[in-house]
Design a protein around this ligand. Structure first.
Ligand code: GLC
Length: 448
């Protein structure tokens, strides 16, 4: 049996405290977020890149068949989509391809060749014509210097990608060259889109209140429509409505209180100093945060009698999906936790171990959701300081979808923060929005 004495209890509650986000912290986050937004839009140094997307909100009357390519997480997807106007979007065909580590950390040429080969396979399997122009929307979910609706230069990689010779290059040109090498010459890349922009546009296609697109998946980010007159850093931007969707790249927001655990993870990552919010919030990192706390407690002999179980011994070995499963266990006997620990090869965990693992998981998930709620509130308040309008937030990503308590936490923050106005802010799961939205944007772009 582990000894769980008073000083151990104090240590655990100290950890819990360092992960707490109070209402006061939320107000501070919002204030700092607004000042970073302003700097980002003006072209001053800011942790928020605030990238103009060259995309305006959809009219809802776009129609036709398009191909969408979705690259930016653990899987790479190709979809054939039919737009039927008024919010109706049919996915006619869809294939998922696993992006192995060797592909995303090898050479850029290999990675784009793999994508082009997959497109060739997709066209063949789904019997699509190799003649006649096909418009394609390319969702590429990394920070870009977007130069046009169908052009953008990669600023830097994140989420574990590091393919060489891509940073500083136009990713549309790289994909075009790879398509050529595969002998495909009837695909026109009509739009280059961030996944948040796709998610926003896909939902807004049928819901005119939707004005925030968010991803809580492997990474995290958001976009919203901004008045062009406020995008001071880019002159000469034009849309018919005077608004343009801005990709905030909020994963890089760096005005947050970090714990020693966050600092450790950042230092050991492939991009130290970058994506500080993402490293506290997104699916790629939550399991690793929990693992770092757990290792510390094992080393202090508070957990597992001081022996590190193998699932916790390797960096990133403890997946966020386990965290979601564990933190959902509110039962007295913690059967879900016990069974999962057994599945992970830990047969001899005591009740104290299980309870601690469950509590750590809860702390990590809750902080993520509270920070998420704070930055969503920040963007809504930026657009509508007195919350006079109704807002729909379209959210996609496995963390939001699969972690059961996440939505409840966000709701409770909104209720505490916005009080009687909280009812005006609805958030919905917009599944696969990034691919569908890329098709809508391709439709608008090809019409232009
Ligand atoms: C990372 C990328 C961003 C993307 C997000 C979600 O933060 O930089 O572009 O939207 O992940 O996939």
């Amino acid at each position: 049996m582990n000894k769980f004495n008073i000083s151990n209890k104090r240590l655990v509650s100290h950890i819990a405290k360092s992960f707490e986000i109070s209402l006061g912290d939320i107000k501070k986050i919002i204030k700092n977020f607004h000042s970073e937004m302003l700097k980002g839009l003006s072209g001053h140094k800011s942790s928020l890149a605030m990238i103009p997307s060259f995309v305006d909100m959809p009219k809802g009357n776009e129609t036709g068949k398009y191909i969408a390519l979705d690259l930016g997480g653990t899987n790479f997807r190709i979809l054939e989509v039919e737009l039927k106007a008024g919010g109706r979007i049919d996915v006619i065909a869809e294939d998922k391809f696993k992006l192995e580590k060797e592909i995303v950390t090898g050479t850029g040429r290999q990675m784009f060749d793999f994508i082009a080969e997959s497109i060739k396979y997709f066209l063949h399997v789904h019997k699509m014509s190799l003649s006649g122009e096909i418009d394609l929307g390319f969702t590429f979910s990394f920070p870009l210097n977007q130069t046009s609706i169908a052009g953008g230069i990669l600023l830097f990689w994140n989420k574990g990608f590091s393919a060489s010779n891509v940073i500083g290059k136009d990713v549309v040109a790289l994909l075009n060259a790879a398509l050529k090498r595969q002998g495909i010459d009837n695909i026109k890349i009509a739009a280059l889109v961030n996944d948040t922009v796709g998610t926003l546009i896909a939902k807004a296609y049928g819901d005119s209140y939707c004005d925030l697109g968010v991803i809580f998946g492997t990474g995290t980010n958001a976009c919203y429509p901004e008045k062009i007159s406020k995008i001071k850093k880019a002159r000469g931007l034009k849309t018919s409505t005077g608004y343009m969707v801005i990709n905030t790249e909020w994963g890089n927001f760096n005005k947050l209180n970090c714990t020693s655990c966050d600092t450790k993870i950042d230092k050991a990552s492939s991009n130290p100093g970058r994506q500080r919010l993402e490293k506290m919030v997104s699916g790629m990192y939550l399991g690793e945060i929990a693992r770092t706390i757990i290792i510390d407690l094992v080393e202090r002999k508070i957990l597992f009698n001081g022996n590190i179980p193998s699932v916790f011994s390797k960096p990133y070995g403890f997946d966020t999906k386990y965290l979601s499963e564990i933190e959902s266990d509110n039962s007295k006997n913690l059967m879900i936790v016990k069974n999962l620990l057994i599945r992970l090869g830990i047969a001899n965990a005591g009740y104290t171990d299980s309870r601690l693992i469950r509590n750590i998981s809860k702390i990590v998930v809750m902080r993520s959701a509270y920070i998420s709620a704070a930055v969503m509130a920040a963007v809504i308040l930026w657009m509508d300081p007195k919350i006079k309008r109704i807002h729909t937030i379209a959210i996609d990503g496995s963390l939001f979808e699969k972690c059961l308590s996440y939505q409840g936490h966000i709701k409770s923050v909104f209720q505490k923060f916005f009080k009687d106005k909280a009812d005006k802010i609805n958030f919905v799961l917009a599944k696969d929005g990034s691919g569908k939205g890329a098709a809508i944007i391709a439709a608008v772009a090809s019409r232009l």
